[in-house]
Design a protein around this ligand. Structure first.
Ligand code: CA
Length: 220
């Protein structure tokens, strides 16, 4: 066996789920409801949600910002892993998408931990910085419009405390980032993000091949 990451075929993936996934019935209900949505591909994989929840526990995160909430599955995963007085600020531009997740946040008993801001995320991030919350956040999950990733990165670095953790979703983008023939606008943006993260000495990084690629970056 070579010392590279194991490629997952269906059989191995099923094994992974059967032997590690602890998704509650409520989480599954939200995930399956979202699968019927036209933009279902924007939902994270369940094992990724569980991984992110574990990271929330490891970091001991009490204050998190999420950029790109969609129907709320990742927010549910993270909020459930936070302490009761934790605060998760969710940024999205769609009332329609986020309204699908809100009843599930209520039913899970974590709605009071979630502060949903319907606005362009850059506006919300700038407001947080202006209101003196720079350095206050323990974690950030960036999973929105890919062409703004570098802007989100700079603002989130400012909002994060030293030792805080950034998570960038879709950094493998279905493999497109590794295909030079793919010149799609989002692919180019993610390629530029990956190059920048690789070089950025303000952070320690790991590109984790879970879901569609999740880059972890710890602020030094
Ligand atoms: Ca995503």
């Amino acid at each position: 066996m070579s010392n590279q990451t194991l490629p997952l075929n269906d059989q191995i993936y099923q094994y992974l789920l059967e032997h590690s996934l602890r998704e509650t019935a409520l989480m599954r209900e939200l995930r399956e409801l979202t699968l019927k949505h036209a933009r279902a591909r924007m939902q994270i994989a369940p094992e990724q949600g569980q991984f992110m929840a574990l990271l929330v526990e490891l970091v001991g995160a009490r204050k998190i910002i999420e950029i790109g909430t969609f129907t709320g599955y990742s927010a549910l995963c993270m909020a459930q892993a936070m302490p009761a007085d934790g605060k998760l600020i969710c940024c999205d531009i769609s009332e329609e998408w986020t309204s699908i997740g809100q009843p599930f946040w209520q039913r899970a008993g974590v709605a009071d931990r979630i502060d949903l801001r319907i606005a362009p995320a850059l506006d919300t991030l700038d407001e947080l910085i202006l209101s003196g919350e720079a350095g206050d956040f323990d974690m950030a999950f960036i999973d929105a419009d890919k062409t703004n990733c570098l802007n989100y990165h700079e603002r989130c670095l400012e909002l994060l405390r030293s030792g805080g953790l950034l998570m960038f979703d879709n950094t493998l983008w279905g493999g497109s980032v590794a295909d030079p023939a793919d010149q799609d606008e989002d692919t180019l943006a993610l390629r530029e993000l990956n190059q920048m993260l690789h070089r950025d000495q303000r952070i320690s990084i790991s590109l984790v091949p879970i879901g569609d690629g999740l880059t972890l970056a710890r602020k030094r």
